[in-house]
Design a protein around this ligand. Structure first.
Ligand SMILES: C[S@@+](CC[C@H](N)C(=O)[O-])C[C@H]1O[C@@H](n2cnc3c(N)ncnc32)[C@H](O)[C@@H]1O
Length: 318
């Protein structure tokens, strides 16, 4: 095939990469021509290769495109922010996220939830759909325009009053309290029948590559890997042990405090009854570590539930 030969490159294993479909933002037609079979080029990609090479997410996701496309993107989060600005970021009153952006996010959560229910559903999702009005305009038509579509709501894992706000140029969107939250209060309940789970890295990879580009990039950003401890010796919950999780609501917009060296105000597990005792195990509940004022950003320590090294992704096959 001439078109393929003209632009052919060779993979490290010697297979020819047919790049004729490159540049459409999906890349799912790229194949490595092996001896006698065609393997999609993304087949063995790890999470970073999916994000960078397959979807080129840096071009469309906040915080990555800072004019230094060759930089390791991990450094971009802190580029240009002095320490004081970083420390103050979580208490400043955030700009709201536009209604258009919110509609797009809600629509993307619906796409992910519906696809998960159809194709994976390892833990049954309560697929609650509530119609406010049949005529409300919401959702995108795939070309950036809006189409008429009934407004749907899923259940949210966040159980306190919050809104989505702009958390700053490097962080993207974040979750902000809209009313005071008392120390020890339940903030997030991921045990609410609205959290997806993958046990095998490759099924998560296949799910990701079959999504439209922007949804895929968000899906990759929002997924996390966690080793959940059993609640007792006879607990055989399939969610125990190493899994990839994805929430289908605004809880997946919570940013990390430990990346900015500020104190987290929300923590996975159960607060101790007596000051100074240990927190209970981190499964699916998150509580306020102190009183939180209206306007503050809700911040977790990602390090409390996933390894900072991200070794879990490697262990699960990504
Ligand atoms: C679970 S999402 C959080 C929501 C994300 N801000 C958004 O708008 O979609 C995780 C991603 O948020 C960003 N993030 C979270 N905490 C951050 C921080 N402290 N500084 C910079 N970026 C952060 C990173 O891009 C990370 O991969």
């Amino acid at each position: 095939d001439e078109e393929c030969d003209a632009s052919a490159a060779y993979s490290s294993s010697g297979g020819k990469i047919c790049a004729s479909e490159r540049g459409d933002g999906y890349g799912s037609h790229d194949v490595i021509r092996g001896e006698d079979r065609m393997i999609p080029i993304w087949w063995n990609y790890d999470i970073d290769q999916l994000f960078e090479d397959h979807f080129d997410c840096g071009q469309i996701i906040y915080g990555y495109d800072d004019g230094h496309p060759d930089d390791d993107h991990d450094d971009d989060y802190v580029d240009g922010l002095d320490d004081q600005a970083v420390k103050e970021q979580h208490i400043k009153i955030s700009d709201p996220v536009s209604e258009t952006e919110l509609e797009k996010l809600r629509y993307q959560w619906e796409i992910l939830r519906e696809k998960y229910v159809r194709e994976v559903n390892i833990v049954p999702i309560f697929h609650e759909v509530k119609l406010d009005s049949a005529t409300e305009t919401t959702g995108v038509d795939g070309k950036g325009g809006f189409v008429d579509r009934p407004r749907t709501h899923g259940v949210s894992a966040i159980v306190v009053p919050t809104r989505i706000g702009d958390a700053g140029p490097t962080k993207g969107r974040g979750v902000f309290a809209t009313a005071p939250i008392t120390k020890g209060a339940l903030v997030i309940n991921l045990d609410n029948g609205s959290t997806g789970l993958f046990k095998v890295g490759h099924s998560w990879r296949e799910f990701a590559v079959s999504l439209p580009r922007e949804v895929a990039c968000n899906f990759i950003e929002w997924s996390w890997v966690q080793t959940v401890p059993p609640s007792s010796v006879i607990d055989e919950d399939i969610r125990n042990g190493l899994s990839i999780f994805i929430a289908f609501d605004e809880s997946n917009l919570m940013n990390s405090a430990d990346w900015d060296d500020v104190e987290a105000n929300v923590r996975c597990g159960f607060p101790p009854k007596h000051e100074g005792d240990d927190w209970g195990p981190c499964r699916f509940h998150y509580h306020a570590t102190r009183d939180i004022a209206a306007g503050e950003e809700l911040l977790l320590n990602y390090g409390d539930f996933e390894e900072i090294s991200q070794q879990g992704w490697v262990d699960i096959g990504l």
